[in-house]
Design a binder for this molecule. Structure first.
Ligand code: MG
Length: 300
C-alpha cells in the first residue's frame, strides 16, 4: 500500500520540521533549511561529570574544551545561587538545565507526597530562574514509586504541569519532562509520548527533553523522536549507548548522527548535556567525547 508520506507527516510534525524532513526515513537532506544553517551544537556538562575538585576548576576545564553549558543538580540549589553566579562571572558558560532534586513524586497515590513534590519543585524552579536555566528536569515517578493507575496519573500530571509550568514561566524558566527507559520508569518512555503530554498541558512553561541513553532502549529512530517533539523539546542528555559512559567509550555504538540531524531539522536551540560516567580518566575521555560529538554534528 502506498503511503502518502506528506499527509502522514503532516499529522504529527510542525511545519518547519515537515518542510525539512523530505520524508521521515529518506536520506534526503535539505541543506537550504534555515535550521541546518543556524542550529549550533551547544554542549553542556553536568557538574558531577566535569573533572576537578572545586567548581572553578571544573568550569576552567570544560570551558577550555568549548563546552558552553553547565548543568547542576536541583537539591539545595537555592542555597548555591551566590556561589554559582560568582563562579560564572566573566565566563561564557551558562547554566543549562537543572536536574531534579525535588522530594516525593508527582503521580503518587498519596496526595501528601504529591504536594511535597509540587512544593519542593517550586523552590527549585525559583532558583533555576534566578540562574537563567533552560528548565528543571523531572520524572513523574520511577518504577519503585507507588503511583496512580496510568489514566488517572496522566490526568493528574497534566493539571500539575499546568500549575508548575505557569509558576516556571513567572520565574522565566520551564519544567522539563524526561522520558526514561522501562528499567527506570514505565509511565513515560518515549520522547513523542512526553511531547504529547506537553501538548495537552499547553503552557509555554512546560516542555519535554530527550536522553540518548534512554532513547537507545526505547526509540525506533532518534531523528523521528526529536522531530515528533519539535518545538516542545528544550533539553537533551547524552551518554555512551551501551554502558552510559562517556560518548565514544562504547565504540561504534556511539553514533548520534541521526539524532543530531533531527535536532538540526527542528532548529533546536538548547543544550546537549553530558549525563554519564567514564571508564577512563575523564580528563582524557571528555575532550575525546566533545571531539566525537562535533564531528558527528558536522556530518548530520
Ligand atoms: Mg537523563
Amino acid at each position: 500500500m502506498a503511503i502518502d508520506r506528506r499527509n502522514f507527516l503532516g499529522t504529527a510534525f510542525s511545519g518547519a520540521a515537515l518542510a525539512a524532513s523530505g520524508g521521515l526515513f529518506s536520506s534526503f537532506r535539505s541543506e537550504s533549511h534555515s535550521g541546518r544553517r543556524h542550529t549550533k551544537l551547544k554542549i553542556s556538562c553536568q557538574e558531577g561529570v566535569a573533572p576537578g575538585k572545586e567548581l572553578n576548576e571544573k568550569l576552567d576545564f570544560i570551558e577550555s574544551l568549548g563546552i558552553v553549558g553547565i548543568e547542576f543538580g536541583g537539591r539545595g540549589l537555592e542555597k548555591r545561587i551566590d556561589e554559582i553566579q560568582l563562579a560564572l562571572k566573566n565566563r561564557k558558560l551558562k547554566v543549562s538545565a537543572i536536574c531534579a532534586g525535588f522530594e516525593g513524586w508527582l503521580i503518587s497515590d498519596d496526595p501528601a507526597i504529591q504536594k511535597k513534590c509540587m512544593d519542593s519543585m517550586k523552590v527549585i524552579l525559583g532558583a533555576a530562574g534566578q540562574l537563567g536555566s533552560t528548565g528543571v528536569i523531572f520524572v513523574p515517578a520511577f518504577n519503585n514509586q507507588k503511583s496512580l493507575p496510568d489514566k488517572e496519573a496522566r490526568e493528574l500530571l497534566i493539571a500539575q504541569m499546568q500549575e508548575l509550568g505557569e509558576y516556571a514561566l513567572q520565574n522565566k524558566t520551564r519544567i522539563l519532562l524526561e522520558p526514561l527507559n522501562r528499567e527506570e520508569c514505565y509511565f513515560c518512555r518515549q520522547v513523542a509520548d512526553g511531547a504529547a503530554i506537553v501538548r495537552d498541558v499547553n503552557n509555554a512553561g512546560a516542555a519535554v527533553m530527550g536522553d540518548f541513553w534512554h532513547m537507545t532502549r526505547e526509540e525506533t529512530n532518534d531523528r523521528a523522536a526529536f522531530l515528533s517533539a519539535g518545538d516542545y523539546l528544550h533539553h537533551v542528555h547524552i551518554a555512551s549507548r551501551k554502558r552510559r559512559k562517556m560518548p565514544g567509550e562504547d565504540g561504534e555504538a556511539d553514533n548520534y548522527t541521526n539524532g543530531f540531524r533531527g535536532l538540526k531539522e527542528i532548529n533546536y536551540q538548547d543544550f546537549v548535556s553530558f549525563e554519564c560516567g567514564s571508564v577512563g580518566d575523564s580528563k582524557i575521555t571528555l575532550p575525546a567525547a566533545v571531539k566525537l560529538m562535533n564531528e558527528q554534528w558536522k556530518k548530520a
